[in-house]
Ligand binder design. Structure first.
Ligand SMILES: [Zn+2]
Length: 339
């Protein structure tokens, strides 16, 4: 057996057990298609606090009682992965741990390198298996109609990573673990620059910065809840029956948090004249905010009779800020008052 193989197997089994014990699968499938790691930590009664941590991504401590700290200095996906890693330390009965970025960059989930601390291998593997279990991959692939072949495209893997709330790289290694593609594909994909993927989706639109994520939504994403950040772009790409006079238009948008920045069409070159075109409407976040983006496909002379509509909701809150996890805040104030 290769080094660490039994630790990796144990971590995956324990992540599966925790999903089962807390009936997480049913919640995820009813909800937004991502595992709520903060809620899981709260349900296990472990205090979760977000704060600036010098040189650390997160920490797990046991005295005087178990607790988890997560940095406020990193993006949402890394905060979620760090929380899942610390949850792994807790659930697997590990000793206290201070987790720095150097360690996180050195490691890959499901791999134990020579002389690696096996407790860290277990926590890292637990995190990936907890945030992206096989059934959740299958669920998203079914919804999007993606095959393994489709997942050779970094744009799709990136879109999957946004929907499950995990970093692109961790998603690549998890798909490798699930035999979606082989090691050479995984290595090449993990090396693709995120900016390049974002530029491919944006088709010529250049935002002032590429720090935010770029969501590519199609008709498969109707009613999706986008859990994004205040620098994200949301691109809606829909087939338009332009040959029959129909055009998509934005019916509802909160202009203070989201603005349309680009709007274009692309014909299908294989199609005859008069067939459908692909409409791409690009919106950019202006600040943190919650709202609904709704479009309708109508004929200009019949605006009240849409052929179809498309709507999503968005939460552009981004990374968690300083303080207790919101659903634990009240109980901590109460315990302070009682003390
Ligand atoms: Zn750790």
């Amino acid at each position: 057996m290769t080094e660490g193989a039994s630790n990796i197997r144990r971590a995956v089994l324990e992540a599966t057990r925790l999903h089962r014990d807390l009936a997480i699968q049913a919640r995820v499938i009813r909800g937004e298609g991502r595992v709520d790691v903060y809620d899981t930590i709260a349900r296990l009664g472990v205090p979760l606090f977000f704060t600036h941590l010098d040189g650390l991504l997160g920490a797990y401590y046991r005295k005087p009682a178990a607790g988890i700290l997560v940095t406020t200095e990193r993006q949402q996906s890394l905060q979620r992965f760090t929380a899942a890693h610390e949850l792994g330390h807790h659930y697997l009965g590990h000793s206290p741990s201070l987790d720095d970025e150097a360690g996180a960059l050195r490691r890959q989930p499901f791999f134990a390198k020579r002389d690696e601390d096996l407790q860290e291998v277990e926590a890292e593997t637990f995190a990936a298996a907890f945030l992206l279990p096989r059934w959740l991959l299958d669920w998203h692939c079914e919804r999007q109609s993606w095959t393994d072949q489709d997942l050779l495209d970094p744009v799709r893997v990136y879109q999957l990573s946004l929907r499950v709330g995990m970093s692109f790289t961790a998603t690549v290694w998890t798909l490798f673990r699930y035999d979606v593609f082989d090691l050479s594909v995984a290595r090449a994909m993990a090396d693709v620059a995120p900016k390049k993927i974002k530029q491919t989706i944006l088709r010529g639109y250049a935002p002032t910065s590429y720090r935010g994520d770029v969501w590519l939504l199609t008709e498969r994403d109707a009613d999706l809840r986008v859990e994004g950040g205040p620098e994200d772009l949301i691109v809606v790409r829909l087939e338009e029956q332009s040959g029959a006079g129909y055009m998509w238009r934005v019916e509802s948008i909160d202009g203070r948090s989201l603005a349309v920045v680009s709007d274009g069409r692309q014909g299908d070159p294989t199609d005859e004249v008069g067939g459908p075109t692909l409409r791409q409407i690009t919106t950019e976040a202006r600040r943190r905010g919650l709202g609904e983006l709704r479009l309708a496909e109508t004929r200009p002379w019949q605006p009240a009779q849409p052929r179809q509509t498309f709507a999503i909701t968005y939460n552009l809150a981004g990374a968690e800020r300083q303080g207790w996890y919101s659903r634990q805040r009240q109980s901590h104030f109460e315990s302070l008052r009682a003390a």
